[in-house]
Design a protein around this ligand. Structure first.
Ligand code: SF4
Length: 451
């Protein structure tokens, strides 16, 4: 099999991993000679560096051969797909030639497990080592790590990669046992701990060296780790996902937890749901995740025992505010910064700006307009020098209706009558439409990351 054919198979097989920004976007394929400029056929995706730059990456699997049989994965042992295996040298050649043509700025490499976890990890490490040591490649390298591999190999991978990630896949131990019987939550957490300890150790060693102005070579190790969970493949609720994310951020200092809405794969396992979850669920989880990381919310505030799932119609901060009407309206001229973060429509940056502005004069609507605050959402929940919503006395239900999308006519679903292959294409189209709708909602609600 030639390299291009392998690339087609292995770039396509890598598209289910959500750990890059363009994974879910609709792609136009120009690989058949119609049109130019498509990167879809060759697995080029985008990611963001810590300084906010968007970079393109070659996103590919080393192999889609796998010893494991994770039900949600298209590359599982029992799946009837075409298989391919790159040699490390082939991945290195592709990366360097794409880089020289200015197609990419880095590599995102994942792999199925071939022969054994250690054997596969050795191949993955070899790719990164060859790039760094022989080709002096200074671009970004993200390696997916195999939790079952030995800690020494995981640490070796970290020496060459900028980012390591291990997919935790599902939030609950029982779900993992059912859908990925060969995987273990304990082993995955151990591997994450190995990476976390090594990152902390390297940061500490670098600090010490800076203190004494040492000229010795500074130790290098990946600067962060991330993980991914599949949403909607099992019965876990949003509270389960958010609790697991809190665990990941708190115990392993994850840079990001990615949520990937489960999409039905060709020839799915019988234990999987037939339909994908609404994409807006993934979006709400990202919003809730943002609230945990930057707005000082706790999982127990965003979901409750009675309502373990996030409201799909309104964002989680608004939903929390409507459940806690007794705390509002808040006077933005006197409220503490932590409480300003909780006003719907007010983002972290604007809350901090308000605190700065009010040290000079009382903040009024004109100031908020200058700060481009989302007044429609904010006004029912705040008091400022020339606005007090107390008289409006809108009920939580009335406010919810004001911000929820208008009800839509239900569609009859005939997909079960369509043959499997057609259903697959139809799901793709639906997913694209849903993606566009969701992007529109996301654009409105989370402009500048403020909601
Ligand atoms: S180990 Fe990874 S590649 Fe293999 S079946 Fe499971 S998820 Fe898929």
């Amino acid at each position: 099999m030639n390299t291009l054919r392998k690339l087609e198979i292995l770039a396509d097989a890598a598209k289910y991993d959500a750990s890059c920004a363009s994974s879910g976007a609709a792609k136009k394929d120009s690989s058949k000679g119609q049109g130019i400029g498509s990167t879809g056929g060759t697995g080029i995706c985008h990611s963001y560096t810590p300084d906010g730059r968007c970079i393109s990456l070659l996103k590919v699997l080393l192999t889609n051969v796998c010893l494991y049989d994770c039900h949600y994965c298209i590359n599982r042992r029992s799946s009837n797909v075409r298989r391919a295996l790159f040699t490390p040298e082939e991945v290195v050649d592709l990366t360097i030639s794409f880089y020289k043509r200015n197609y990419i700025e880095g590599l995102f490499l994942s792999s199925g497990i071939v022969r054994s976890a250690d054997y596969t990890m050795e191949l993955v490490v070899r790719v990164a080592k060859l790039l760094r040591k022989e080709h002096h490649f200074k671009g970004y390298i993200h390696l997916k790590t195999i939790p079952e591999a030995s800690p020494e190999l995981i640490i070796e991978a970290g020496k060459y990669a900028d980012r390591l990630s291990i997919n935790i896949e599902l939030p609950r131990h029982e779900s993992l046992q059912k859908l990925a019987p060969e995987k273990s939550l304990v082993r995955t957490r151990d591997a994450m701990q190995t990476i976390n300890s090594k990152i902390s150790e390297t940061i500490q060693a670098r600090k010490e060296m800076r203190k004494v102005n040492s000229r010795a070579k500074r130790p290098s190790f990946a600067t962060g780790q991330s993980t991914q969970m599949i949403v909607g493949a099992d019965g876990s609720n949003d509270s389960d996902f958010l609790k697991r994310s809190e665990d990941m951020y708190g115990n392993f200092k994850m840079r990001r937890v990615y949520y990937s809405a489960f999409s039905p794969i060709p020839e799915p396992s019988v234990v999987l749901p037939l339909k994908a979850p609404p994409l807006v669920r993934e979006h709400r989880l990202y919003q809730a995740d943002w609230l945990l990381r930057f707005y000082q919310f706790k999982v127990g505030e965003l979901t409750t025992e009675a309502e373990p799932n996030l409201d799909l119609d309104i964002d989680p901060k608004l939903s929390w505010a409507l459940r806690n009407r007794d705390l509002f309206p808040l006077d933005i001229n006197t409220a503490q910064l932590e409480m300003l973060y909780r006003i719907p429509g007010l983002g972290v940056r604007n809350a901090q700006r308000i605190v700065r502005v009010r040290s000079y004069h009382r903040v009024g609507l004109e100031d908020l307009i200058k700060l481009r605050v989302n007044l429609k959402k904010t006004m029912p929940f705040m008091i400022c020098s020339d606005h007090n919503p107390a008289k409006l006395e809108l009920s939580s239900e009335a406010l919810r209706l004001k911000f929820a999308p208008p009800p839509e006519q239900m569609e009859l679903d005939f997909s079960s009558l369509v043959p499997m292959l057609e259903a697959d294409t139809k799901e793709d189209l639906k997913a694209k439409e849903a993606q566009q709708k969701m992007t529109a909602i996301a654009g409105k609600e989370a402009r500048h990351g403020e909601f």
